[in-house]
Design a protein around this ligand. Structure first.
Ligand SMILES: [Zn+2]
Length: 521
């Protein structure tokens, strides 16, 4: 495994198949794709894992409610996720499914190992059981009258024997790990949140469900009357994908792992997962990156509100890459953000259609019509040319700093400023006037050359976020597809551009849909 070409490892959560792909799933998946492309442009080959989490009570109940066989139900939803990411051009390397027999064997191995080491014990548990929900409810889940909020019935006290992972043993090592590793959970307010949660005594984790309640799960290797709690099963995927527990599993790549999640599953990833790894003798993840929620028009997305955003539908309607750009621009990483159709359309028009789209089409049209091939030498550059070209390196620095600090909005802002700078340069140099002056032809070559170098750099920077557009720009500049790997290719000071005849098609302006058709959007 040490001859693996990969130098870094990034994951999304395995998405639970109780819902179809929506905006929240899309954001995390897009972020992982953007980060992978960004790293690979800089020569760091990155393994990208995504997939589906397919066991548990909710899944069994949903299949039953639809009168479906559980297996075919999970196959269908899992395929929906996979096909959605493929159609969106997400370049994942592994699509992981927790119903894969290899995963099942590895989870059973982990359970047996922990049982043998007496990290798992059998214990009677007394709690408040709701018959309607078929599960124990915690006090915080009950309403003000102490009733199940869904069934409006008082849960009955019930005793049940279960297996527990002795997570409480790892409270101190976990606190130490979080304290010693400032990047263990980012942005930092989530790390602080976990540290303050850990001021209370940490309980043990119930990792089994009796089969009389649930059969759709991984059977405990040491007791066939029980299946595994879905979180204990699912989290192990990240490690099993590295070849664990086989001899020679890729420990080197594991050291680089970077989990991307949204804050709803923070505790599972910042508490359960590192303590499970510690108990298994594996070092915890290097970095957990946590995003906030996407609200839609200011409220939480829900099926009943009819405001669930489906990524493929909006991309089909509003153009490729546009959702990626909008989501990155709109969310301050780690905080909640609101999706609005107005904001999305406004962003497409002002940033993409009127911004980069208009710039590329303007420069291409003048250069193609008047010159065809743009050729000049560096000696011909004037001070104003050098000045605008120097902005490229600054934008690149700001772009990379944004990625390092998880402040993606800063990266996009620096990029937009570079678009504006190039627009201003065009306005000042008036190439349309140069084109009319027979004595200014060579100056027109230089001005167009400067613009094409600027566009080259703009495409290279934005390529991880707008891969299709970058490809189109690469073709329009006569550089071919995937012209901006590595990133340096975008900053090469070319002195000759042979422009192909095909006019680049980038971003079109879009209209706000009429009110009656909006609910379908
Ligand atoms: Zn209930």
């Amino acid at each position: 495994m040490s001859n693996s070409p990969f130098k870094s490892y990034i994951t999304t959560p395995l998405y639970y198949v109780n819902a179809r792909p929506h905006l929240g799933h899309s954001y995390t998946t897009i972020m992982a794709d953007v980060v992978k492309r960004h790293r690979e442009q800089r020569g760091v080959k990155t393994l990208f894992l995504t997939g589906t989490d397919e066991h548990g009570e909710k899944i069994e109940q949903m299949a039953k409610a639809q009168n479906r066989d559980t297996r075919s139900f999970v196959d269908e939803v899992s395929q929906d996720f996979r096909a959605t990411w493929e159609k969106m051009g997400i370049e994942f390397d592994i699509f992981y499914r927790t119903t894969d027999p290899k995963h099942v064997r590895a989870v059973q191995h982990a359970l047996q190992t922990l049982k043998d080491r007496e990290e798992i014990v059998f214990r009677e548990y007394e709690g408040k059981y709701c018959v309607g929900c078929e599960r124990f409810l915690t006090d915080s889940e009950l309403n003000a009258d102490g009733l199940c909020p869904d069934h409006l019935k008082k849960p009955e006290p019930r005793k049940e024997a279960n297996y527990f992972f002795l997570m409480s043993r790892y409270q101190k090592p976990l606190i130490e790990y979080l304290e010693k590793n400032p990047n263990s959970v980012r942005p930092d307010h989530f790390r602080q949140e976990m540290l303050s949660f850990l001021k209370q005594p940490l309980g043990d984790l119930c990792i089994s469900r009796p089969k009389q309640r649930l059969t759709w799960g991984i059977e405990l290797p040491f007791d066939s009357n029980f299946v595994t709690y879905v979180w204990f099963d699912a989290l192990l995927n990240y490690l099993v994908a590295m070849g664990w527990p086989e001899a020679g599993w890729n420990q080197e790549l594991w050291q680089t792992v970077n989990h991307l999640i949204a804050k709803d599953i923070l505790k599972a990833h910042a508490v359960y997962w590192p303590t499970m790894l510690m108990a298994l003798g594996v070092s915890p993840a290097r970095e957990l990156q946590v995003s906030g929620y996407w609200l839609v028009d200011g409220t939480k997305m829900s099926k009943s509100l009819g405001n669930v955003i489906r990524p493929l539908e909006v991309e089909a309607q509003y153009g490729k890459d546009t959702l990626r750009f909008y989501l990155l621009r709109e969310m301050s990483y780690g905080l909640d953000a609101t999706f609005t159709l107005e904001g999305y359309i406004n962003c497409i028009n002002s940033q993409l259609a009127n911004g980069i789209g208009n710039l590329v089409s303007r420069v291409y049209t003048i250069a193609k019509k008047n010159l065809g091939t743009v050729a000049f030498s560096n000696d011909e550059l004037l001070e104003a040319d050098h000045k605008v070209l120097a902005l490229r390196a600054r934008a690149r620095e700001a772009w990379d700093a944004g990625f390092a600090e998880l402040k993606y909005q800063n990266s996009l802002k620096a990029w937009s400023e570079l678009v504006t700078a190039c627009d201003l340069y065009v306005n000042e140099m008036k190439p349309w006037a140069l084109a009319k002056d027979p004595n200014a032809t060579q100056r027109l070559h230089v001005v167009m050359g400067v613009c094409l170098r600027m566009i080259q750099a703009l495409a290279a920077l934005i390529a991880p976020v707008l891969p299709h557009a970058a490809q189109e720009i690469g073709k329009a500049l006569g550089l071919g597809e995937r012209a901006f790997d590595p990133i340096e290719a975008g900053f090469e000071d070319r002195v000759r551009f042979e422009l192909p005849t095909e006019t680049p098609k980038l971003f079109m302006r879009v209209q706000m849909p009429a009110p009656e058709s909006r609910s379908e959007a």
